[in-house]
Design a protein around this ligand. Structure first.
Ligand code: ADP
Ligand code: GN1
Ligand code: MG
Length: 358
């Protein structure tokens, strides 16, 4: 791998003998390296793009370039971590049939895998909200989907149904109670479908992966610096970003937790997410969107449960697993989170109402 990295970095004009690279971060989709150069303080992040997930990495490059140049023109002070072009001006290097991208490592930054304070949820929600807010005047139809139908709940549901039909009977039996849960909750799909084409529920520029490890915090002050991981920056509905924050910040334990008794919702994190997001997006969201704030959590948690279950039934072809039943455990975990969300629905809606009236 080292020679490949050297070859990639040559495309960016690095002197091979003066560089060091090491695997970095905890992302599941791409492979990330931290690159240092002898005698230089500035470090870089080099990533190979997972082409099993992103069939056409050049779409990512073009989306990021378009958004980056819009932000540079209209909000030059905004920190947008775009890609550094290769020496011959390409957005990504193509070496050994793999696409690579280089970004500047943001100095004195840290990314977390879990949240330890509601203030971090507030900061992240503010940052993800700010990105969409600043891009409110950008023509979202210019962006191409890096993964077609990525957060289309209807498509995810169809994929789930197909997976059930095609699945190995043994997997079907093992997953029977989770399949039944998924089928009982189809009113969430119907609800989504009833709104999806409404003019009051517009497409916006969404990040689509708002987990906390995709936010950089200042190591010294703990303040949010900027968002990263722009692979799924494309047109979508606001419920994607807000919902994924609910999915991933509300519980103290991740989707990988096996002990379902640990899966409960932290109300104070919910309030922090909604406050931080509305601070930026409050003046922009339509009346319909404001009515869908609580729904965003149900939509995203349910969709993620479907995606894990679909992958389990398909034989773990998308999400990496470290043991055989992991995608089933993740499904159970997400359904538990969803039932907690429903149990607390009244109080969560009262928080939304309070935040909207402030
Ligand atoms: P993945 O798609 O695999 O999740 P990310 O783009 O999120 O990849 O990067 C993985 C990790 O690398 C991040 O969680 C963060 O710790 C670190 N990272 C990525 N880009 C930067 C950057 N520009 N500056 C500092 N750290 C970064
Ligand atoms: C993937 O890249 P990563 O691990 O942050 C996935 C998300 C899921 C998440 C679940 C491109 O995100 O949509 O929510 O796993 N990204 C893609 O852990 O499928
Ligand atoms: Mg990431």
């Amino acid at each position: 791998m080292d020679t490949i990295i050297q070859n990639v970095l040559k495309e960016y004009g690095f002197e091979p003998l003066q560089i060091a690279s090491m695997p970095f971060g905890s992302g599941h989709i791409n492979t990330t390296y931290l690159v240092s150069q002898e005698g230089h303080e500035q470090q870089f992040i080099l990533q190979s793009i997972n082409q099993n997930v992103f069939k056409n990495p050049l779409i990512i490059a073009e989306n990021v370039r378009l958004v980056g140049s819009y932000l540079k023109e209209h909000y030059p002070e905004y920190l947008f971590v775009g890609s550094i072009p290769t020496e011959d001006g390409k957005e990504m290097a193509y070496v050994d049939e793999i696409y690579w991208r280089l970004t500047r490592f943001i100095p004195n930054s840290v990314a977390f895998d879990t949240l330890s304070d509601p203030q971090q949820a507030f900061e992240a929600a503010e940052q993800f909200g700010r990105l969409s807010k600043l891009l409110n005047g950008f023509d979202v139809s210019l962006l191409k989907p890096s993964i077609p139908g990525f957060h289309d709940l209807n498509l995810r549901y169809q994929q789930f149904k197909e997976a059930v039909e095609k699945a190995d009977p043994n997997l079907q039996t093992r997953a029977a109670s989770q399949i039944e849960k998924a089928l009982r909750l189809t009113f969430i799909v119907d609800y989504f479908n009833s709104y999806r084409s409404s003019s009051d529920f517009p497409d916006r520029v969404m990040h689509h992966d708002t987990k906390i490890s995709n936010m950089l915090f200042d190591k010294t002050t703990g303040k949010g610096i900027c968002v990263i991981d722009l692979d799924t920056l494309m047109a979508g509905k606001f419920i994607s970003d807000l919902g994924d924050m609910m999915r991933t910040y509300l519980c103290a334990y991740s989707e990988n937790e096996k002990d379902m008794d640990k899966i409960f919702i932290r109300i104070e994190y919910f309030e922090a997410i909604v406050k931080g997001y509305l601070k930026e997006m409050g003046p922009i969201l339509t009346a319909t969107e404001k009515d869908l704030i609580l729904f965003s959590g149900k939509y995203l948690i349910y969709m993620q449960a479907l995606r894990f279950l679909t992958d389990y039934l398909n034989g773990d072809i998308y999400y990496p697993v470290s043991y055989p039943e992991q995608n089933l455990v993740r499904t159970m975990n997400q359904f538990k989170l969803l039932s907690e969300f429903f149990n607390k629905e009244k109080i969560l809606q009262s928080i939304v109402d309070k935040c909207l009236s402030n």
